[in-house]
Design a binder for this molecule. Structure first.
Ligand code: PGU
Length: 461
């Protein structure tokens, strides 16, 4: 797998690139061209040059629209009453509506009634009560890394900002193999984030098209063959886009290979609590790596598990291995992260982190949050069961056990690009071209419609 330094999603994108419709009708075009002729005679010489920009098309080519946000735009513009949004990974309730978590409403109320809050700048590293509880949530309050002072945490612009900060840190300071190995497939933005800071990405096999499960053989072989000290990007749970996770035993094997090869693990955690509904279980892989004494990076998003998508609450953590110099190492790392943060965003936004912090620091609210998480993951799991049984009842060709085997926000259906496009054009169902569906877009009212639409495109393609 040769490293690629161009952003992969740019090649696979293309939902509907808007082209400017400036073609004038033939009747008016001749008068228009006469006017422009006259204008060019009257104008100073420089304006007759094709372009005076420093950014001509060969330097700044037109980029395709982001596939996922383009899909969201196309969905919003569709006026069909049947339309279904299975695109972006955002939770919807059984009425297909965004869900403000009840615990988030409570935290919001508490914040609004707090006369001491103001809109001053946060410290560069963010709200300390938030970052320290975020670390405990991910690594466990009794984590050896936290107890021994070998971890540093810094508040970021949600998960994307955390991945970016980690990428920037590696670009500046990592002296191992600078190619970042990501799963094939992965969240498309991973490629862009790393490539944009000059770190090439390469892919390790992950998804087995035949079983629609994990290609563990392929994955482990690629990690063994990668140059020593490569950066390995891992999804700790609820892998995006496949919904396929390694078992804990497989994580242990992966850890052994990563240790043997001296690779550097970078976890991107966007779905803690969403996979199993249990925050601790969803952190098991990460905690195992920490127990094993790995030095690692971790990006943590609170977009999904708190439903705080647009509030951009997240955290970046770095942990160093145990040893006599560990506390001093982590202090140096923290000091450099602060410099990077200062030059990028100066200091992070308050509101989302305040909400999350209010919940994380209050045992009663925390317990209520866990119930809210169980509501979300429980509804998704019930939709998985319903979709599988409906497709099986309809006798839709193929096997559908992967719908219930996969976990988390997404299912990788195995539908082809052609089938996906037919679903969009014929049934107003919006999903990404790779066949991923956001399970939360399904509900008791639209699941029959969806199963029948899938049945139709599978049987007639
Ligand atoms: N990492 C992974 C693996 C993700 O799936 C996402 C979100 C993020 C990080 C970034 O999340 P933040 O919102 O920045 O915290 N992926 C979703 C949301 C849309 C997007 O692409 O950002 C998705 O539908 O794939």
């Amino acid at each position: 797998m040769p490293p690629s330094s161009t952003a992969a999603p740019a090649r696979t994108s293309n939902i509907s690139t808007t082209t400017s419709s400036s073609t004038a009708s033939s009747s008016s075009s001749s008068s228009l061209s006469r006017i422009s002729n006259i204008a060019s005679h009257l104008a100073p010489a420089s304006s007759t040059m094709a372009s005076t920009t420093n950014f001509p098309a060969d330097v700044v080519p037109q980029a395709p629209e982001d596939p996922l946000f383009g899909l969201m735009r196309a969905f919003r513009a569709d006026e069909s009453p049947d339309k279904m949004d299975l695109g972006i990974g955002a939770y919807r309730d059984d009425n297909g509506k965004p869900w403000v978590l009840p615990v988030v409403k409570k935290a919001d109320e508490i914040l609004r009634n707090n006369p001491d809050l103001n809109h001053e700048y946060a410290p560069i590293a963010g709200i300390q009560a938030f970052t320290s509880k975020s670390a405990e949530l991910m690594f466990g309050a009794d984590s050896p890394a936290l107890k021994e002072g070998r971890a540093t945490s810094i508040q970021t612009i949600s998960g994307t900002g955390a991945v970016h900060l980690g990428a920037l840190f590696l670009a500046k300071f990592y002296k191992g193999n600078r190619t970042v190995y990501v799963s094939n497939p992965t969240w498309a933005n991973h490629h862009q984030i790393f490539n944009n800071v000059g770190l090439p990405t390469a892919q390790y096999p992950y998804f087995d098209k035949k079983t629609k499960g994990l290609d563990f053989e392929g994955m482990t072989q690629a990690l063994r063959e990668a140059p020593d000290r490569s950066v390995v990007l891992l999804h700790p749970c609820a892998h995006n886009p496949t919904g396929v996770d390694p078992t804990l035993d497989q994580w242990k094997e992966l850890a052994a290979i990563i240790r043997q090869k001296n690779h550097f693990p970078f976890f991107d955690s966007a779905y803690q609590g969403f996979a199993s509904g249990n925050l601790v279980r969803d952190a098991a892989a990460v905690r195992y790596f920490v127990e094993q004494g790995f030095e690692l990076l971790l990006a943590q998003s609170f977009a999904k598990n708190f439903g705080l998508y647009g509030e951009r609450a997240g955290c970046f953590h770095a942990i160093t291995s145990p040893g006599p110099g560990a506390a001093e190492t982590i202090a140096r790392i923290a000091s450099q992260l602060a410099i990077l943060q200062r030059s990028e965003i100066s200091n992070p936004p308050l509101y989302g982190a305040r909400i999350a912090s209010t919940v994380l620091n209050d045992p009663k609210l925390f317990a209520e949050w866990e119930e809210n998480l169980a509501t979300m993951s429980g509804r998704i799991i019930s939709m998985r069961k319903a979709l599988r049984s409906k497709l099986e009842e309809l006798g839709t060709p193929g096997t559908w056990n992967h719908i219930t085997d996969q976990i988390g926000m997404f299912s990788f259906t195995g539908l082809t690009e052609e089938q996906v496009l037919r679903l969009r054009n014929e049934a107003h169902v919006y999903m990404t071209k790779n066949g991923r569906i956001s399970m939360a877009g399904l509900n008791t009212k639209n699941i029959d419609y969806f199963a029948k639409a899938v049945h139709k495109v599978v049987t007639t393609s």
